[in-house]
Design a protein around this ligand. Structure first.
Ligand code: SF4
Length: 694
């Protein structure tokens, strides 16, 4: 199937689709995508809202994959975009007679493991859980169950008991291998033209390839061409992916794999059952003695000393009482020097070692049984033992704090006691460069927001494109086809205090009463901190705004429910932080106003942020210019981008942070937005102008 640019013309194939509007930028972007894939280059393409970005890369990617017989991987950050590709864009292309094979590849834990489900039934004591897992197995037999979405009644805890996991899978040796959903999916992936994945899975595959090489099947089959959509997230996902974390939750999950008192469940219970069924009393005695007298008591000790250790970390965090009470950076190479933490660490570490030694003994004693029928759980013993070792190694790593290029910190747990210990690479650029960019023939990054003032320097640095020589780098910006001059009224009220002033939340709430009235609600109010959101919500409720509008406040319901309610309820006002600045698509009058309460500068006390700005300083850069400002501008563009989703949308954009007009850097924010008229005046005056405009 040869690529034909005419596909996008009004008299081309796409022109047959009802409601199709020709967009020159979409066609140009598609041409560029095909060119980059074909010539083996690297591309950074920014495509403004409304360009039709996904169709601009799907069609050339399919044509390229079919003609060259080479797979193209498409990676997205959000499920929303994946759903759009799968349920709208790809079926739409098929309807036009374009023949291709696209497969979504998900991470292991999204699939059920038939063998684990079967094994679970041996120890289950709860009849509801037994019924659910029995139905799951019946569904697997009928090939009706494929992923977690086919099991909506499973609790998170129950799903964890039956989910597929790489280290617990016996692969070819498993009796269900041929009919196992995850391997059916992986076999389909081998034959696919397009593979649709998310950024996490992409990086999981990369980390396996670091060891196995690029010409083999890791999570994904071998591939050489990659398109990363929502690419502005790749740095954060990579940082999270390469981070090391030890937490009370991780330890309690680990302990629960072996033994759960309340539910009489866990691997040791299963091994006990198998041993007592298959071996004579005398043969079983030694194994029982090891489990009952040594391993189980040791698990209780690890549980206790682990809780003590994480509590000591939390105490240490509180006592330091730094600028950010939620997290605290641990000095590089120096580490935590407080006696009580070090004593608790030694105790946990030595008891983890003791536990490992006991498990090694159990593995040794059961080695001859592992090949026998009915002793499949001994395979899990080996895998769980490895997880204990990994936990101890990660604990050493995060307490040693001496890996060059890493930043280490403590973080308070959100809903429980204790604090977690974490370590992450300060700069993921070199990791992405070596392990991804240099391994592939072509890579294209795309998103609606990658540049700051038409400049990609910040993004390039984040993803490791600090070289020119190896590839020709193609950078392109396709402006949105929307007429922002006509569609947006941007207002900056002069009469608000600076966002850091103590009276700002109250003043903001007072002004919001008037601002919200302009569009009868139908507004997103975007915050940079949950604390301020809660304060403002309280003020607005005190003045009775709940009687006028449908008040939707982040934290009071799930994000999904809040957005769905916003779309259908009259006069909604949604107050949201981070996750509402992007990925929310409400077209038409339903969303008539976006109110930015504060320019979204990152908190400078965040340990990763601190370490990144220090690194920039060390290399002779300017942290504000090279990091804080571009990061804030990109987020600001995302937030503002919620307002206009179609050519017919019109709306009011209010920036309640007057630094955008008063400070030098404000210009960078303004210039990064598509041009629209800006009014900077007292609110009473602005209200008159907005009313005229509306
Ligand atoms: S092949 Fe692996 S994931 Fe599939 S059922 Fe068997 S053990 Fe589970």
């Amino acid at each position: 199937m040869l690529y034909n640019s005419d596909f996008y013309l009004p008299n081309g194939l796409l022109g047959n689709v009802e409601g199709y509007e020709y967009r020159a930028a979409q066609q140009q972007m598609a041409d560029a995508i095909y060119q980059i894939l074909d010539s083996g280059h690297l591309g950074i393409i920014e495509a403004g809202t409304g360009t039709g970005k996904s169709l601009a890369y799907l069609y050339p990617a399919i044509c390229f994959a079919k003609t060259k017989q080479e797979k193209v991987v498409i990676s997205t950050n959000t499920l929303n975009l994946q759903d759009q590709l799968l349920n709208k864009d790809l079926p739409g292309l098929r309807k036009l007679g374009i023949d291709f094979n696209a497969v979504v590849v998900r991470g292991w834990v999204n699939y059920p493991c038939w063998a684990r489900a079967q094994d679970f039934l041996f120890t289950v004591t709860n009849s509801i859980e037994e019924k659910l897992v029995t139905d799951l197995i019946a569904g697997l037999e009928r090939q009706e169950v494929t992923t977690i979405s086919d099991c909506p009644d499973f609790s998170e805890e129950l799903w964890e008991e039956v989910q597929a996991e790489s280290d617990l899978c016996t692969r070819g040796k498993c009796e269900f291998y041929e009919h196992c959903p995850i391997f059916i999916n992986r076999r389909l992936a081998e034959k696919a033209d397009l593979l649709i994945v998310n950024h996490h899975l992409l990086l999981a595959d990369v980390s396996i390839r670091q060891k196995l090489g690029w010409d083999t099947t890791a999570v994904l089959p071998s591939y050489k061409h990659l398109i990363i959509d929502e690419a502005h997230h790749i740095q954060d996902v990579a940082t999270e992916y390469f981070a090391v974390k030890v937490s009370p939750v991780r330890l309690s999950r680990l302990l629960g794999l072996f033994y759960r008192r309340r539910k009489d469940r866990g691997l040791l219970n299963r091994i006990r059952q198998q041993v007592s069924k298959s071996l004579s009393e005398a043969e079983a005695a030694d194994i029982f003695q090891l489990i009952d007298w040594h391993i189980l008591p040791q698990i209780r000790v690890v549980d206790d000393v682990g809780a003590k250790f994480f509590d000591e970390l939390a105490k240490y965090l509180q006592e330091r009482n730094g600028a950010d009470p939620e997290s605290l950076r641990i000095p590089f190479r120096q580490g935590i020097e407080t006696e009580s933490v070090l004593t608790a660490y030694d105790l946990l570490h030595s008891n983890l070692r003791k536990w490992e030694i006991q498990l090694e003994k159990l593995l040794e004693m059961t080695e001859s049984l592992s090949e026998k029928e009915g002793f499949e759980s001994l395979f899990y013993l080996e895998a769980y033992y490895q997880r204990v070792v990994d936990f101890r190694v990660d604990l050493e790593f995060t307490m040693d704090v001496n890996q060059p290029g890493y930043v280490y910190w403590l973080k308070a747990m959100e809903r429980q006691r204790g604090a977690s210990l974490q370590g992450a690479p300060i700069d993921v650029g070199p990791l992405l460069k070596e392990n991804l960019l240099f391994q592939l023939s072509s890579v294209i990054f795309t998103s609606a927001t990658l540049s700051v003032n038409q400049d990609f320097t910040y993004f390039r640095k984040n993803v490791g494109i600090d070289f020119e020589e190896a590839w020709d780098l193609v950078t392109l910006i396709f402006e949105s086809p929307f007429d922002y001059q006509k569609q947006v009224f941007m207002a900056v009220p002069k009469d608000l205090p600076l966002p850091d002033s103590s009276n700002y939340p109250e003043e903001l709430a007072n002004k919001l009463v008037d601002i919200l009235a302009l569009t009868k609600g139908r507004a997103f109010v975007l915050f940079t901190s949950y604390k301020m959101l809660k304060e403002v919500a309280k003020y607005l409720r005190t003045v009775g705004l709940e009687q006028t509008y449908n008040f939707l406040v982040q934290g009071e319901q799930s994000r999904y429910i809040l957005i769905e309610r916003f779309k259908v309820e009259p006069n909604p006002v949604l107050l949201g932080t981070d996750s509402f600045w992007e990925g929310v698509d409400v077209a038409g009058e339903a969303l008539s106003s976006v109110i930015i309460t504060k320019l979204p500068f990152t908190v400078p006390t965040d340990p990763i942020v601190m370490a990144r700005s220090e690194l920039i300083l060390e290399l002779g850069g300017n942290p504000f210019r090279d990091y804080f400002l571009p990061k804030a501008v990109l987020k600001f563009r995302q937030g503002c981008g919620r307002l206009i989703r179609t050519k017919t949308d019109r709306g009011l954009l209010v920036i309640c942070d007057r630094r955008i007009m008063d400070r030098n850097y404000g210009e960078t924010f303004i210039q990064s937005l598509a041009s629209c008229s800006i009014e900077n005046d007292y609110l009473d005056k602005l209200k008159q102008e907005v009313n005229l405009w509306l």
